[in-house]
Design a protein around this ligand. Structure first.
Ligand code: PLZ
Length: 446
């Protein structure tokens, strides 16, 4: 695949190098402490599977900026489209004087998202903003207030989405009071299910349905919001059939199902959307991240009757569906189609899982290997049959990978999940080299 950056790992200095350290000192003096950085190497260029930093280091990217640079960080089609667009115009505000590119993105979303019903979309700047608007629409359509979200969920950092997000530290601590009418339900988390591990889907569905009935009342629920594979929560893959049961239950009770596919969407899991794998058609779907090749763009796509229930002017924002972000999305989607990046995600899953299963034979601290497509994780535990989470080990393995020029991310409510989200344009060679580094990190720390 054509990339603008040499696809080779190279360590010129320690990680982070002296220039990055200087910049990090400036960062600490100028940027709020609330904005953290997982690996303070300052990036100068990036594409394919490589990030080049200001010290001349070339790092292997297993993070894609949290599942954003699916097509690479300077994919040729995206770069060309953006250059052309900024020369033509950068902004008009779609709500003042519209332009074709916004409409074209919405047409594409209607074609690609699950279900062949009539759809409409609205575009926004960030994932959190899309989630907020999906909830607004569900409430307006149903005339109900309650929203049900799950244990381990992540939906954003704005006030309403903080309420939907499950984890307190660091996302919620000190930031309340939170938006009302948000209720939490148990998640089908196979590895840590307390009941019968063979019957997680059924038991988890019963626990969810009975809790909502007892604590909220189905007739008060506007929407259930779910990440079909949970992202920040630790790549939790619910058992087959569970999501479909939840979807059917929603339909029975006139409740809208919102699939938050902000992290899972756009080829990441080996399908266009993670719902496709389960054959589930949500009423509303939120997307962002991988959609626009690194430019900020998010969307709510849903049933026309839901999306059209609100009055003109009730959805939007100054920058929502910015033309530069829209052409980037059209170019990124074209790349996914032309290069069959869904197929590539499935290949990457095969490569990762084969290596990780061999690793798990040697290291019993690997409690579970899970995920789909190029969204794979390992959950680390104390080992020797003890499934207590091992966050210190996770942090140590993560740090070791960073020091060797491999960008990895952690996740999970208990901070004990190492997750892998490589760009889908990464080469097999870089994947293999990254996995070698990961193995050394286990040898050194486990
Ligand atoms: N919904 C499922 O994954 C963003 C953010 C991590 P924004 N996840 C990565 C962090 O520490 O900020 C995300 C997501 C899901 C919503 C969001 C929110 O998307 O574009 O970050 O607002």
């Amino acid at each position: 695949m054509a990339t603008s950056v040499e696809q080779r790992r190279h360590l010129a200095t320690v990680i982070p190098g002296p220039r990055s350290q200087e910049l990090q000192a400036r960062k600490l003096a100028a940027v709020s402490a609330g904005v953290g950085t997982g690996l303070p190497v300052y990036v100068e260029r990036a594409d394919g599977g490589i990030l080049v930093d200001v010290d001349g280091n070339q790092l292997i990217d297993f993070g894609s900026g949290i599942a954003v640079t699916t097509v690479g960080a300077s994919a040729p089609r995206v770069v060309q489209a953006v250059k052309r667009q900024v020369e033509d115009f950068t902004h008009t505000c779609f709500m003042v004087t519209p332009y074709e590119e916004y409409v074209a993105v919405c047409e594409k979303l209607a074609l690609l998202t699950p279900g062949d019903h009539e759809k409409r979309s609205a575009l926004f700047n960030s994932g959190a903003e899309a989630v907020e608007n999906a909830v607004k629409l569900a409430r307006a359509f149903t005339g109900r207030a309650a929203v049900v979200a799950f244990d381990h969920a992540y939906h954003g950092r704005t006030n309403l989405t903080m309420a939907l997000t499950a984890k307190n530290m660091p996302y919620k601590q000190g930031f309340g009071p939170f938006a009302g009418e948000v209720y939490r339900a148990p998640m089908a988390y196979p590895y840590r299910w307390i009941g019968d591990r063979e019957r997680v889907a059924g038991e988890a569905f019963e626990a969810f349905a009975s809790q909502v009935r007892a604590q909220v009342g189905e007739q008060n629920v506007a929407a259930v919001i779910i990440e079909p594979i949970q992202g920040e929560g630790g790549f939790i893959v619910p058992p087959a059939g569970w999501l479909r049961q939840v979807a059917e239950w929603c339909r029975e009770h006139g409740i809208l199902l919102i699939a938050d596919e902000i992290q899972t969407g756009f080829c990441r899991t080996g399908d266009w959307f993670a719902c496709d794998h389960e054959g589930v058609v949500p009423d509303l779907i939120t997307t962002a991240k991988g959609m626009a090749g690194g430019l900020p763009l998010a969307a709510v796509t849903g049933r026309a009757e839901v999306m059209d229930v609100v009055s003109p002017g009730s959805l939007g924002g100054t920058y929502g569906g910015n033309p530069v972000a829209c052409v980037a999305a059209l170019a990124a989607i074209e790349t996914m189609e032309a290069d069959d990046l869904c197929g590539r995600a499935r290949e990457i899953e095969g490569l990762f899982k084969a290596r990780l299963h061999r690793l798990a034979e040697k290291f019993d601290v690997i409690g579970e290997i899970r995920g789909r497509g190029a969204m794979v994780a390992v959950e680390l535990v104390l080992g020797g049959g003890d499934t207590t989470p091992a966050p210190e080990l996770t942090a140590a393995v993560n740090r070791h990978c960073h020091s060797q020029g491999l960008v990895t991310l952690t996740a999970g409510t208990f901070g004990n999940v190492l997750r892998f989200l490589p760009p889908l344009t990464i080469s097999d060679e870089l994947l293999g080299e990254g996995l070698d580094i990961l193995e050394q990190a286990f040898v050194a720390n486990a």
